[in-house]
Design a protein around this ligand. Structure first.
Ligand code: CTP
Length: 402
């Protein structure tokens, strides 16, 4: 996710410039704001109108244009961004950057910026392999400029080799990784369970519960937002997949446990799913019919595996931190404290799910965090804020500040 990040995209004159509207669209979908600077060469391959429409911002082109300079000087343009991305980066612009040439708006902004620069080169294979280009690349890399690609493949000129610009999807992913590198949970792995499970009775009926998955999904999003590589094992529901999270969709408790095991090893596991405690012993192969039946059918239930208890069990693959939820309608703190001990998890989040609280379907949650140090009462918060606060606490515990 790139929420609120400001990216200055310099589009130089290569055929791959035609892909930049798609790149801008993807970066914006990830939450970034994108402002474009288009070189004269770039404008041969993509129009300012197209970039302006997808970025919903002015496209800056001319250093001596009164309008552009009045509105936004090149210094401000380059300083207001969190990151400068050059895509496509031609052999020519890389050479100018190496030499510090500033003969148009794009190269002047690149020389003036105090922000990190990433480049996505795009050129013919011979130009890429040329000793001059190779020298420039080494020089720029030594100055801390990051490279995305290029890739090997067919080129617009008909040749094959190294020099194709990375696809917009790969560039967007590289930018996400770039922003993740300094986050508090960078380098960690997280597992979150969320939503209900459905336990089949027959092909058309199942046992379910009222969990919406809002809280679990928000926790996965918050952990990923702090840089953790996050797997979300989600039961059936309508929550959109959180961005930047690896989502594994399951139906039943047995499938959920298997998906969690597959995701190990992780540093932290948060079990927010409302797992059905029981499943039907023998699922009917066909629809159980009412007609022609003398007695009401009885369901024989068997206990489901306890995912939280299983992840909490001592062993090599036990996460460093295992966190459960205790959804209770009575004696909240006493039940939650007992549940923490019974399941063997490190922390438990107690929440009152009595119907009058509206917790199950609502956007807010009033929780108490129970750790080995005692009980913390949190105020009523939006589920997204509970998630962020929890992710912050996890980060403090996994990577304490020096
Ligand atoms: N949990 C789990 N697997 C199960 C049942 C529960 O992982 N089969 C997890 C939930 O995700 C939650 C915690 O255990 O983090 C507590 O769930 P809850 O339904 O409150 O507890 P139960 O074990 O079902 O206990 P009880 O029904 O007695 O309240």
């Amino acid at each position: 996710m790139l929420d609120g990040k400001k990216i200055l995209l310099v589009v130089s004159g290569g055929i791959a410039a035609y892909k930049t509207p798609d790149l801008v669209r993807r970066l914006r979908q990830l939450g970034a704001g994108v402002r474009c600077v288009l070189t004269r060469g770039g404008a041969q391959f993509v129009t300012p109108l197209a970039l302006g429409a997808v970025s919903e911002d002015t496209v800056y082109q001319e250093i001596f244009s009164l309008t552009d300079e009045n509105e936004m000087g090149h210094i401000r343009l380059s300083r207001e961004a969190d990151l400068v991305l050059v895509a496509p980066a031609t052999a020519n612009i890389l050479a100018k950057m190496t030499q510090g040439i500033a003969d148009d708006l794009a190269t002047t902004a690149l020389l003036a910026t105090d922000k990190p620069i990433l480049v996505a080169p795009a050129m013919n294979v011979r130009m890429w392999e040329n000793a001059a280009t190779q020298h420039n690349i080494k020089t720029l890399a030594a100055r801390g400029i990051g490279f995305i690609g290029p890739e090997e493949g067919d080129m617009a000129c008909g040749e094959w080799g190294l020099g194709r610009m990375s696809e917009p999807e790969a560039i967007a992913a590289a930018i996400e990784n770039f922003f993740r590198r300094d986050l508090p949970l960078t380098g960690t792995r997280s597992l979150v369970t969320s939503g209900p499970t459905h336990e089949a009775i027959d092909p058309v009926r199942y046992i379910a519960n009222r969990s919406s998955g809002k809280q679990g999904h928000a926790i996965a999003a918050a952990l990923a937002g702090l840089g953790s590589q996050t797997t979300l094992v989600a039961g059936p529901g309508h929550q959109p997949d959180p961005k930047g999270v690896d989502v594994v969709k399951v139906e039943t408790a047995v499938q959920m446990l298997e998906a969690c095991r597959q995701a190990l090893p992780v540093d932290v596991a948060v079990c927010a799913a409302a797992v059905s405690d029981w499943r039907v012993d023998t699922v009917a192969g066909g629809k159980i019919k009412k007609s022609g039946r003398k007695k009401t059918p009885a369901l024989k239930l068997v206990e489901n595996p306890d995912i939280l208890a299983s992840l909490s069990a001592p062993g090599n693959s036990r996460p460093r931190l295992v966190i459960g939820f205790a959804a209770e309608t009575d004696d909240l703190l006493a039940n939650a404290t007992a549940k923490r001990a019974k399941k063997g998890c490190d922390w438990i989040i107690a929440n009152d799910v009595s119907p009058q609280t509206g917790t199950f379907s609502g956007d807010n949650n009033t929780v108490h965090l129970i750790t080995d140090k005692g009980v913390e009462d949190w105020p009523t918060l939006a589920k997204t804020d509970v998630a962020e606060r929890l992710a912050g606490r996890i980060a403090e515990t996994l990577s304490p500040a020096p």
